[in-house]
Design a protein around this ligand. Structure first.
Ligand code: HEC
Length: 150
């Protein structure tokens, strides 16, 4: 065996190694993509109302105070599991009524509590947001958040 590595040996190791890891990278990317689309997202339950709720969520910038699955601001409660917390994850009408009551009671004015602003939503918008929050709650987030309090 020779002691010195020739230029062509070095080149082959470089290209061969790069190709090997690029293939692994592409394979893992494909796997992640398929996993998200087929396993952790409930695409079949994505209704028009859920999509509308997501747009309202963005329009009113709820994420400026809240988090969803840890993403967002840490001023107000995590909302990815709020329908579980309220016990209405499988109850569309219950979720609507809870959210409607909540939205109409804001700001609470309770001393020492952080205040949520008032959003004047119509019933259709409140239902869309409730459907969106229930849908988010149905995503397999692998146990996140770690407890019901968020
Ligand atoms: C300016 C900050 C702010 C914005 C923007 C905001 N919230 Fe809140 N929200 C709060 C605070 C603070 C609380 C907790 C209030 C309390 O516990 O008294 C809260 C609580 C909630 C709760 C109850 C959570 C629970 O665990 O019971 C829901 C549901 C909610 N917000 C939904 C929304 C939605 C939907 C939007 C957008 C339309 C929104 N919030 C925008 C500050 C905000």
């Amino acid at each position: 065996m020779r002691d010195v590595m020739t230029k062509s040996m070095a080149r082959n190791i470089f290209y061969g190694g790069s190709l090997f890891f690029i293939i692994i990278f592409l394979g893992l990317s494909l796997h992640s993509h398929r996993y998200i689309v087929t396993t952790s997202t409930n695409a079949e339950t994505l209704t028009e109302s859920v999509a509308h709720g997501k747009r309202l969520w963005e329009k009113h910038a709820c994420i400026n105070c809240h988090t969803i699955m840890g993403e967002g601001a840490y001023f107000a409660p995590e909302l990815a599991n709020v329908t579980t917390r309220w016990g209405v994850a499988d109850d569309p009408d219950g979720a609507f009524e809870m959210l409607d009551g909540w939205m109409k009671a804001q700001p609470s004015g309770v001393e020492g509590r952080r205040q949520m602003p008032r959003f004047d939503l119509n019933p259709e918008e409140t239902r869309a947001l409730a459907d969106f929050l229930r849908w988010v709650d149905s995503i397999d987030a692998q146990g996140w958040p770690p407890n019901d309090a968020g």
